[in-house]
Write a protein that binds this ligand. Sequence first.
Ligand SMILES: [Zn+2]
Length: 280
Amino acid sequence: MKAQFWGVRGYVPTPGAAFLRYGGNTCCVSLRGAGGELLALDSGTGFCQLGVALMADDFQAGRGELTLLITHTYWDHFLGLPFPGIVHIPGNQLRIYGPDSARGPLEMIYDNMLAPVYSPVFGLAHIAATHSFHPISSEPFQVGQLTVRGMPLSRRAQSPIWAYRVEEAGRALVYITDARYTDDAIWREAVHFARDAEVLIHSAPYLRGEAVRDYGHSRVEDAIELALEAGVRRLYLYHHAPTRTDDDLDALVARCRGELAADGQRLDLDAAREGEIVEV
Ligand SMILES: [Zn+2]
């Protein structure tokens, strides 16, 4: 399985010279299975870049198939869907999994996003690719040879947040974002969910010592502690804060690696970088 980062930023995109090396698009990661299966985790603005890359593939001819796994419907995980050409070419197939909201099903939320007040697409009915919506549950399902598992991380009724684990031939990638470990039960579930993963992609916009008004996200230290407790091999810090420049992220990675080495820990750690391909 091959993962590729297309957007690694949280909250809002960050164009600008200080952000070129890690990239400024919001959340999107693709996963390609050995059998050609294609998944995308979240559809922030990074989804537009993925769409451009896929136009060189079967998608240009209307023969592409993509399964989207949406963690939640905040804009930085969601907004990219209507922009790439691939979703406007008849014959392409999009299967979209994600949590329903207490306000209505995922399909309705996407449809509202495309309403005439927000978008010239005028609703999901005008997305030419064949598309279907599937409420996520804890029941695992297959995409070809890939096994997909979901886990609810936040039970907020309006905007539930789910994590995903994708496995192929005994190797797993786990994707956790926008989670806050508010109690021991959620922490234990997350550790169990990430157990022995080859790769953990985990949002980590801030350190515990940073005085920021952000209550929805766990901190860098949480991501590291989770990876260690779950026996993960490689951790990618993700959903970078818009204020983190390339130099800041280099310094953050160096500091975390130094602390892990001083502790005698063997966890591989890096900050997710737009365009980077990760062999799982
Ligand atoms: Zn986010």
